[in-house]
Every structure is written in C-alpha cells, then in structure tokens.
Design a protein around this ligand. Sequence first.
Ligand SMILES: NC(=O)c1ccc[n+]([C@@H]2O[C@H](COP(=O)([O-])OP(=O)(O)OC[C@H]3O[C@@H](n4cnc5c(N)ncnc54)[C@H](OP(=O)(O)O)[C@@H]3O)[C@@H](O)[C@H]2O)c1
Length: 241
Amino acid sequence: MNIHRNANAKATPGPTTDADGAVNVNVGTIGILGAGQIGSQVARLAVAAGHDVVISNSRGPETLAGLVAELGPRARAATAEEAARAGDVVVVAIPLKNYAQVPVEPLAGKVVIDTGNYYPQRDGRIPELDDESTTTSERLQGRLPRSKVVKGFNHIYAHELTEHGRPAGTPDRRALVIAGDDAGAKAVVTKLLDAFGFDTVDAGLLREGWRIQRDTPGYGPRRNAEELRRDLAAAKRYVEM
Ligand SMILES: NC(=O)c1ccc[n+]([C@@H]2O[C@H](COP(=O)([O-])OP(=O)(O)OC[C@H]3O[C@@H](n4cnc5c(N)ncnc54)[C@H](OP(=O)(O)O)[C@@H]3O)[C@@H](O)[C@H]2O)c1
C-alpha cells in the first residue's frame, strides 16, 4: 500500500460557508455508506489525510470491527443513517441496486460523492440508464434533492486508490473525473481528491457523467489530467458504440 500522506496529518474540522455562499473546504468528518472495495479504500485515504471517518455497511457496525481496528482511532463504524448524519462530506459506495436505501434527510445540504456505476447483471435492468435518458449520479441527485451530489471515484479500481496517489505537483500525477451541478461542492471534492493524491478533471454537470461510465475510454486506465480530458472528449454513448 502506498498512501502518500501520513496518519499524523490533521484536517481542519467542519465545513463553513462564506458570506457569498461559497462553501469552504474544511472537511472534518467523512461519512461513508458502504464498506466494501471502494468504501474501505476511501476510508483509508481519508484517515491518512487526517479526517475522521464514520463508515457503514448493510449488516451493521459490529461487522466492521476489523476494518475499524485497521483504520485506527480516527474511524468508527455506525449505521448508514448515522454515517450520513456524521459526515461533513458523505461518500456513497454501495451497489446501485441499493440506492433506494440511501437516507435522505441526514444528507440534506451536504456534499455527497457518488461512486456508483451501473452493472445490469448486478443491479438489474434500469430502463432510464439503458436508454441513457439519465445518468447514475443524476438518479442519486433526484433521490437527494437537497444534497449536492458530485460524481467521483467511479472509474478507478479500488485497490489503486491507495497505490496511485501522489503529492500535488508530481509529474504525470493520476487524475480522476468529477461531475456535478454545484460548483462549490465540486471545489470541496477537488480539494479532497488533491489531499488524497489525485488531480481532478471536471467533466461538467452531472448529466455529463456518462462520459466516464462503464466502457468509455477513461473508465479504468491510469490517466493524467490531459489524457483524461482527451478520453472524456472521445467518449461515446452506448448506442453509438
Ligand atoms: N470495486 C471497484 O473497483 C469500484 C471502482 C469504482 C466504482 N465502483 C462502484 O462503487 C460502488 C460500490 O462498489 P464496491 O466494489 O465497493 O462494492 P462492494 O465491494 O460489493 O461493497 C458494497 C458495500 O455496500 C454496502 N451496502 C449495501 N447496501 C448498503 C446500504 N443500504 N447502506 C450501507 N451500506 C450498504 C455493503 O455492505 P454489506 O457487505 O454489509 O452488504 C458493502 O459494504 C458500485 O456502484 C461500484 O460499481 C467500484
């Protein structure tokens, strides 16, 4: 494992809002829904970057004792509802088929990072994704109308999250795509990703998220920012493939 930050780092707690409404990027606690491949890796990055972590799964906090012991004193396990409530920023890292279980009210007003991808064999057929009339993260935004959903972490293999991060300014640093409708929320996520070891490429609004969906050129391979921008521009809809 190659997390470039050390566990003595200390994030400034609590988000604040400027007089002009811009969100400051002081994220203390990161709530995580899902403790599988992606959720556990985001938790490792968050702890290494100095954040507190509240992580959850579907079976209950007691089943996460081993992960929490590994993560150390900055992490605790909780129910999904508690993790959603505790997080200044909350990461949704559960299969798409379970999105109807994402708590709504505790996430109101918060930046919510959506890691989800659509795999019909896992998630079942979702007609509006099959016909590409919407995107995965727009669906989550629809469920969470008072949250600020940002698409993130969806196109990197989970294990690479702790292997490919590098300090800002490293030549050829890996970049990750974000998309979202709220510029302040995207600034928060960009700052987080930077602390986690990655450059960011903004694909635009949530509806542009299809450009980094499964089977697009940028989905999976290690890319720097310039390469990833090229991939986004070259992406094709499923109907065009
Ligand atoms: N794996 C990757 O490399 C990767 C990369 C990028 C994006 N993604 C995407 O990220 C999402 C998560 O993938 P994953 O690979 O991390 O899945 P995973 O390893 O199967 O883990 C899913 C996690 O979600 C939890 N969960 C399910 N329903 C929940 C609920 N209602 N509340 C809280 N937790 C719940 C599960 O808990 P239990 O075990 O207790 O059921 C489990 O911890 C998917 O959409 C996937 O396509 C995955």
